[in-house]
Design a protein around this ligand. Structure first.
Ligand code: COA
Length: 375
């Protein structure tokens, strides 16, 4: 009889393990990131959000006709039924915004008129914006803000979030940040989405699972945590003490570190440039850029750990006037496009994702009735 091989052991957290082939995107330790073969800096410099979303979903840049039709489809599906907002409102003012969106997406899975149509994924992608922008307002009993007509995806989302007219440059920057948040190969929420997709559950179920995974501060919640941290550092001169005492307490600095990027995160570098230009154009930023740069310098000096996208996206959102608890919802409004691309890729070449584990608990115990058990 041949000896049965045990399960393959993989590093904790699946670090460095490739769990799937993908054609969608790739981040690499040398600081490069490509979406469907296009370097991120190229897309950031030249593409719109809708073009990039089409690329991520379809694997090629759209023609003018394809782009117009895609943008019109998204705009046409963007309205959220009042019943979905009622479900979110029932959660009450204490609801966490991500819980509110997740509840909204779950409700959509039952009542979205598009749920049985081939366009249901575009319905989720499009409606996620209004769910995100209203994820605090609606549970708090306020009226939902609706997507504005005649505005592009990014502009409409920003308008719903802030209820103010942003400058052209601010809109441009916000759109770049959304492009960066759209897709990032096998991150935790995308992996979650692929696990759910592999069971052949519907995309509403997959998106709500993605949202659950995004909530934590080690993933999507990091942009809010980074902003709360930055607000504690009053001036660049306080950065050294702040970094020292956080590290000494064994705590992590939010917005630093990455599973893949060890030298630099290309998205953070670009966002840093945008933040500096925003501060210059405004003629002042309350000192945020200086604090960011000082904390980054101290962290590199001390730990050789670079900032990630969340670190520089957060102060951009702050200057745009977006409330801090809405930062992770903004991430979700964009990442849903990447999730849907991965959902489709998983289903097209499906194999149920069902790993094994190594049991290290006790064995051979004998059941005793409850009255005979010792504490
Ligand atoms: N602050 C302080 N130290 C950090 C750190 C941070 N933000 N990120 C990593 N480190 C340290 C760890 O303490 C660990 O040190 P050790 O080897 O002395 O124990 C080492 O760097 C490796 O970190 P680890 O958490 O094991 O790496 P990872 O690849 O599992 O984690 C993250 C990646 C993103 C989870 C991690 O960097 C982190 O928690 N960052 C803060 C949250 C964040 O910004 N998340 C958004 C990611 S895009």
């Amino acid at each position: 009889m041949t000896e049965q091989a045990g399960p393959v052991r993989v590093p904790r957290g699946l670090a460095g393990v490739s769990v799937s082939d993908t054609r969608i995107s790739k981040s690499s330790s040398d600081g490069s990131l490509v979406y469907r073969g296009y370097p991120i800096a190229e897309l950031a410099a030249k593409a719109t959000f809708e073009e990039t979303a089409y690329l991520v979903l379809n694997g090629k840049l759209p023609t003018r006709g394809e782009l117009d039709s895609f943008a019109a489809t998204l705009a046409g599906l963007s309205g959220v039924d009042g019943k979905v907002f009622e479900v979110m409102r029932a959660l009450g003012p204490g609801a966490h915004p991500i819980d509110a969106i997740r509840t909204g997406v779950s409700a959509l899975g039952s009542i979205d008129p598009a749920r049985s149509s081939p366009g249901r994924q575009h319905s989720i992608e499009s409606k996620m914006s209004a769910l995100a922008a209203n994820s605090r307002r609606v549970p708090a009993g306020e009226e939902p803000r609706r997507p504005g007509e005649g505005r592009g995806f990014a502009e409409s989302l920003l308008q719903m979030l802030t209820a103010r007219e942003a400058t052209e440059f601010e809109r441009w920057v916000f759109e770049r940040v959304l492009i960066f948040y759209m897709e990032h190969d096998m991150n935790a929420s995308t992996f979650t989405v692929r696990v759910v997709a592999s069971t052949l559950a519907d995309p509403y179920a997959a998106a709500s699972a993605g949202l659950a995974s995004l909530k934590g501060p080690l993933h999507g919640g990091a942009n809010e945590a980074a902003m709360e941290m930055l607000l504690q550092v009053k001036s660049p001169g306080d950065a050294k003490d702040f970094v020292d005492s956080t590290v000494k307490q064994g705590k992590k600095l939010m917005g630093f570190g990455h599973r893949v990027y060890k030298e630099f995160d290309p998205r953070a570098r670009l966002c840093k440039q945008y933040l500096r230009e925003m501060a210059e154009r405004r003629g002042g930023d309350g000192g945020i850029y200086g604090v960011c740069e000082a904390v980054e310098g101290e962290m590199w000096e001390r730990k050789r750990i670079p900032p990630n996208l969340d670190y520089y996206a957060a102060p951009i959102f702050y200057l745009l006037g977006i409330e801090v608890p809405l930062y992770t919802p903004v991430f979700a409004a964009s990442r849903v496009f990447g999730w849907m691309a991965h959902y489709n890729e998983q289903v097209e070449e499906n194999k149920l994702i069902r790993p094994d584990s190594t049991y290290i608990g006790p064995t051979g115990l004998t059941y005793r009735p409850i009255g005979e058990r010792q504490r």
